[in-house]
Write a protein that binds this ligand. Sequence first.
Ligand code: PHE
Length: 356
Amino acid sequence: MTDDLESLHSETAAALRAAADLRAWDTVRVGVLGKNGKLTALLKQLGTVPAEQRRERGAALNRLKDALAALIEARRLELEEADLASRLAAERIDPTLPPRPVPAGLIHPISRTMEEMAAIFGAMGFAIAEGPDVESDWHNFGALNIPAHHPARADHDTFYLPPATEDSPPPVLRTHTSPVQVRAMLRQQPPLRVVVMGRTYRADHDATHSPMFHQLEGLAIDRDLTLGHLKGCLIDFLRSFFGIATLPVRFRASYFPFTEPSMEVDIGWNRRTGELGGGGDWLEILGSGMVHPKVLANVGIDPSVWQGFAFGMGVERVTMLKHGIPDLRPFYDSDIRWLRHYGTTPLAPAMLHEGV
Ligand code: PHE
């Protein structure tokens, strides 16, 4: 190798050693092998070399090119390895450290119950309907066959609001979710199937009554619905909701102004232990019945063509029974200890109660 080639080799080797990272390395590479690189320049000059030396010079240049390419590639591998090693060192994690606390919120038992109700009735083909908390007297009572001075009004400890004018009936905080039945039938032509979950209000306050509580309401209207459909629907719901395939369910004649016939529904339990299922005792759990023809007529549905069933139950009540919650009042206290105990995690169930 001639001196100039020798020195290009050693000069490049030194520059590569000095290149501390891939950027510096690339500068060296381009400076030698690039379009304007030193070796490229020597190759370009080959044409000016006297003919008798050209062959030998060409061969020497090619050997040098191979040697330099190998040096450059070797340095690249070295730098890449060093780079990976330093990243592995910097990004190392210690899997033995305790995990950071996950600030997960928990689902309130009322929300959870309503989600479960929506899932069960959704699977049976019920859509969800909504209505306002502040209702007209007509939606809450009149359309439901509870006219003014009807004795059933006395059963509802109603919160009345100031009337719009002196002689108009005062609006009310809805005392049940049944006015949403009325709204659903006014909004949609039958056949229809809806469930309503929402807040209801009655002026009552003790360990089992809150002035604000939640109800689930159901309504199905079709041409040939019978008491059998009502019973099947509610038995399926109750067994599914409480997770007891053999839960005894009893239908007992009752009275509601907006259903005829009306039935209260009891489930089997053990009064002494509070356990649901067997035990031989009965617990009243919901009200139901075939929609009264007058109610259908009140919303412009022909009762000689259409009929249906309706039901209503307290969300807190079934939640307390299902989860063995003894007192109603803490539902609304926002006490974080109660919520941690009875709340459900939206994440993996295993995370529940693990100091979250
Ligand atoms: N609205 C009734 C109540 O609040 C429950 C009910 C709904 C009964 C639908 C029958 C049909 O007690």
